[in-house]
Ligand binder design. Structure first.
Ligand SMILES: Nc1ncnc2c1ncn2[C@@H]1O[C@H](COP(=O)(O)OP(=O)(O)OP(=O)(O)O)[C@@H](O)[C@H]1O
Length: 596
């Protein structure tokens, strides 16, 4: 990943140079075999046409320029034009075929990686850096596009050209070819040695740039906070020094690149001049025609050009191999939670019966710290259970386990008679509707935001759900009603409005089990009443677990479960628990507004 800035170790460098990871992409490319074949044909034709040009030139020099051969001149030039036309058409076809192939393959890879991401468990996203994942999806795939598109075709074309030019050089003049053969290591070896250090420097430049972008992304997401603390100067200072570091690294890398260019140009052209000089002696001595020398030099230039382009392209392809490797890692990441080979079907006619049996759990990120201990909780179909407890007690974790984002290390959870690990997690989640404390709205229309609850719902269903959730009025008042874009790049909704959207979503989903995480802060008492009313409608006839922050909720619940430090410490009705004078009585006094 471009983000990592660890220094290159030898093993790392070896791995980097291996092209094996590109194999990951082979299946994606092979879906377009026909196009690859056509690209090869175009490539071969273009290379052959290029190689014909020096021969034609030699003939013109040696035989063409004499007054008595006027018609021959005409036909040579005509033939040349024909060759050049073929060259142009074949090159254009190759370019088109190869570039669209790159775009096509990368589009498929992106979709595959994204689809795979949606399958991964929350455990992966607990530890993965969002920026890094996004960079794999965008930057790494772009590198692959370059490799599949331009680089691969440039490499192949130059390989063709180099081989052809080398053969034709030997055919034209074996003696000069031997000289060139001696010159090649003199040119190539220093360039190779120097090229490696240039690559290392440009990698450092890339990494520092990634650091700067990561910092910018973080600040852009938190601009309000930065401004609230008037920390703009601090932010600018840190960003500009990150940018400066990136500039310094880029300047160093560019300096060594320019130096490399100078050396390469000098060595290559000095050798050409040398060969030309030796050849000129032969021409003077009469052992070689001027045309043959011209032809030879042209092939030598073609060959050298091809070789230097191969060198450049090599590093691009190696980079793409690195990118492919990182994408491969992502694609091979297995979700921690999967459906068993033969999942036990949940009983039809869902009842919504939930049982936590002696559940003990610690988040995989902190295995040594139990968050839930010995939780025994049976919730009957249709029952409403309020969960109360201090912050960090483990209330939301109960929901996460029920949704099977994680598996408990001890005990088990049973839904409608089926232990969760025996069932298909997707089927389990289909039976559960969630209204989160801070509901997410997507950058989509209000209608599509609600439709998220049930993708096949009709517009009528959606508006019905919105009415029940007391969201219909405010949605209709939006500039374009249900078609108003909300979320990022759209209308910003208030906390209470977002909650009602989420409730509408849950109503639309019409699942037998409802998980509510009440928000206290988002609502004023007026909208609280509206939301409460909407929720009551939603809760009837469903099994409901609600993390309760409101007195009204706990009073309406069939049962209250009090959690402290991951254990159930009290259980009963509001009145019984207040009378008991335990933790709940204390919490109730402190926590519930208008409790007095
Ligand atoms: N994804 C996670 N990875 C690691 N630890 C977590 C994760 N989510 C929560 N925790 C930890 O688990 C503990 C219980 O968190 P949980 O969210 O269940 O508490 P809560 O009772 O819902 O609190 P609150 O009322 O403040 O939302 C906390 O100490 C928290 O730091």
């Amino acid at each position: 990943m471009a983000m990592e800035s660890a220094p290159d170790t030898a093993a790392e460098a070896r791995r980097r140079r291996s092209l094996k990871p590109l194999g990951t992409l082979l299946p994606y490319a092979m879906a377009y075999r026909g196009r690859i074949f056509l690209a090869f044909v175009a490539l071969a034709v273009a290379s052959a046409a290029t190689l014909v040009v020096p021969v034609a030139m030699r003939r013109m020099i040696d035989f063409g320029f004499s007054a008595d051969r006027e018609s021959a001149i005409n036909s040579y030039f005509l033939a040349m034009t024909g060759v050049v036309l073929i060259l142009a058409l074949a090159s254009a076809s190759r370019y088109y075929l190869v570039m669209t192939l790159g775009e096509r393959v990368v589009a498929d890879v992106r979709t595959a990686v994204f689809a795979h991401l949606t399958e991964l468990s929350p455990l992966f996203f607990d530890t993965a850096k969002t920026g890094e994942v996004i960079s794999r999806l965008t930057a790494d795939t772009t590198q692959i596009k370059a490799a599949f598109g331009s680089s691969a075709s440039v490499a192949l074309r130059n390989l063709f050209l180099f081989t052809g030019a080398a053969v034709m050089m030997v055919v034209t003049s074996p003696k000069l070819s031997v000289l060139v053969l001696v010159a090649i290591p003199v040119i190539v070896l220093p360039l190779l040695a120097f090229g490696r250090s240039v690559r290392a420097r440009s990698r450092i430049a890339q990494d520092t740039l990634a650091d700067a972008s990561a910092y910018a992304a973080e600040i852009v997401g938190a601009m309000r906070v930065v401004q609230a603390f008037t920390a703009e100067r601090l932010a600018i200072g840190r960003f500009s020094s990150a940018v400066e570091r990136a500039y310094e690294a880029a300047a160093v890398s560019t300096r060594s690149r320019s130096f490399l260019t100078a050396i390469a140009l000098f060595l290559i052209f000095a050798s050409v001049v040398g060969v030309l000089w030796l050849g000129a002696q032969d021409v003077v001595a009469g052992s070689m025609t001027a045309g043959a020398l011209g032809q030879f030099v042209l092939y030598a230039v073609f060959g050298a050009g091809a070789l230097s382009e191969l060198g450049q392209v090599w590093s691009e392809i190696a980079q793409a191999a690195g990118a492919a490797e990182r994408l491969g890692e992502l694609l091979h990441e297995r979700p921690a939670i999967t459906a068993p080979a033969r999942p036990v079907p949940l009983p039809e006619a869902p009842r919504g019966a939930i049982a936590f049996e002696n559940v003990g759990f610690a988040y995989p990120a902190q295995p040594g710290r139990p968050v839930l201990t010995a939780i025994d909780l049976v919730v009957k179909p249709g029952e409403t259970v309020a969960i109360v407890g201090p912050s960090g007690a483990g209330k939301s974790t109960l929901f996460q386990l029920l949704l099977r984002y994680y598996d408990p290390q001890v005990g088990r959870i049973v839904l409608d008679g089926v232990p969760l690990p025996s069932a298909d997690p997707k089927r389990v989640r289909q039976r559960i509707a969630v209204v989160a404390q801070d509901p997410v709205v997507f950058a989509a229309s209000a209608r599509d935001n609600i439709r998220f609850g049930r993708p096949d719902a009709s517009d009528v269903d959606i508006e019905q759900a919105a009415r029940l959730a007391a969201a219909d009025d405010f949605i209709r008042a939006l500039p374009m009603g249900y078609d108003t874009m909300i979320g990022e790049r759209g209308v910003t909704l208030s906390g209470g409005q977002r909650q009602r959207m989420a409730i509408a979503r849950a109503i639309l989903k019409d699942a037998p089990v409802l998980l509510l995480d009440e928000a206290t802060s988002a609502l004023d008492s007026e909208s609280e009443k509206v939301v409460q009313h909407a929720l009551e409608g939603l809760m009837t006839g469903r099994t409901t677990l609600v993390i309760a922050h409101r007195l009204a909720t706990v009073q309406a619940a069939d049962r209250i479960v009090v959690i402290e430090d991951g254990r159930i410490v009290e259980e009963g009705t509001h009145e019984a628990l207040v009378a008991g004078g335990g933790l709940y009585a204390r919490l109730a006094r402190l926590q519930f507004r208008d409790a007095a």
